[in-house]
Design a protein around this ligand. Structure first.
Ligand SMILES: [Zn+2]
Length: 288
């Protein structure tokens, strides 16, 4: 809820049975109509202080990830933690998220089934949601882990990558539940196939059987641009500006720097190994 008046106030709308009160307020940090981006942080801090003074124990936000990003509320979780206010999220319209990925097709008991190419997990038949699990003792997806159902944001590079795969079936996945968004894609709590891409030269009947078995659509496409056009027309997937707002430009820049460092370190390691090999060969030659 966005309150467009110039003040931030908590309206008491109900009392608990034994103790406690329920209040409603506009979105913290968004109380003024003249809001400039650099004012948002100060206003957000001020509003969280107001909530703490009122004695708020728990805050329920009705905004979804994209709305939180658009309203520049990246710091809300940290400010609430500092003010010892628990944060619960109940987005009013938690629309599903879409991404690109591939599946491995394996014949199993006379029926074709989809498997995750990397981990080899089978995907549930009959329009069911595939729930992610993790061997670690937490629910998937967890931060810092690799668990969750993976998909790429629809971009030129990801579209080309999935269509290039010679053995796997490319398509669009519909994801729901908790989602961890990354720069290139996301890891989701649950997902199901939304559409399979039927490229020329692929077995059309196999894809028809799979589409019927998994309740997915068939997209007859040839090129990456056509797949991206479908995503654009149907508003499937997170665009680059939304991802940047969700993650923050600084986080994205830091991850890119870390990846570049990693590549450089890997290259240096290979070079060092080659040099060691060359020295060993030279020594062997000298001693022979
Ligand atoms: Zn995990």
């Amino acid at each position: 809820m966005i309150n467009m008046t110039s003040t931030f106030a908590v309206a008491i709308v109900g009392t608990g049975r034994g103790r406690g009160q329920i209040g409603m307020a506009g979105c913290p940090g968004r109380a003024t109509t003249w809001m400039m981006p650099n004012n948002t942080e100060r206003e957000l801090e001020r509003d969280v202080e107001t909530l703490a003074r009122w004695g708020t124990q728990a805050l329920v936000t009705l905004l979804d990830d994209v709305e939180l990003a658009r309203l520049r509320l990246h710091n809300l979780p940290a400010l609430l933690t500092a003010a010892r206010i628990s944060w619960y999220r109940a987005p009013l319209v938690p629309g599903p998220l879409y991404g690109l990925r591939t599946w491995r097709v394996v014949s199993h008991d006379g029926r074709e089934r989809l498997f995750a190419p990397q981990r080899g997990t089978p995907w549930t038949l009959d329009r069911g949601w595939e729930e992610a699990t993790c061997d670690e003792d937490h629910t998937a997806p967890a931060a810092g882990c690799r668990c969750g159902i993976h998909a790429w944001h629809p971009r030129e590079a990801s579209a080309r990558r999935i269509l290039r795969s010679r053995f796997d079936l490319p398509g669009i996945v519909q994801a729901d539940g908790a989602v961890e968004v990354h720069e290139d894609g996301f890891r989701a709590q649950r997902a199901r196939p939304y559409a399979f891409v039927r490229l020329p030269g692929r077995n059309p009947y196999l894809i028809e059987r799979l589409a019927a078995a998994y309740g997915a659509e068939i997209l007859d496409l040839r090129r990456a641009e056509e797949l991206l056009a479908v995503c654009r027309e149907r508003r499937l997937g997170l665009g680059e500006p939304v991802v940047e707002e969700l993650l923050g430009a600084e986080t994205i820049a830091e991850r890119r720097r870390a990846r570049a460092r990693q590549r450089r370190d890997d290259a240096l390691r290979v070079l060092a190994a080659l040099l060691a090999l060359a020295v060993a060969c030279a020594l062997a030659l000298a001693l022979s």
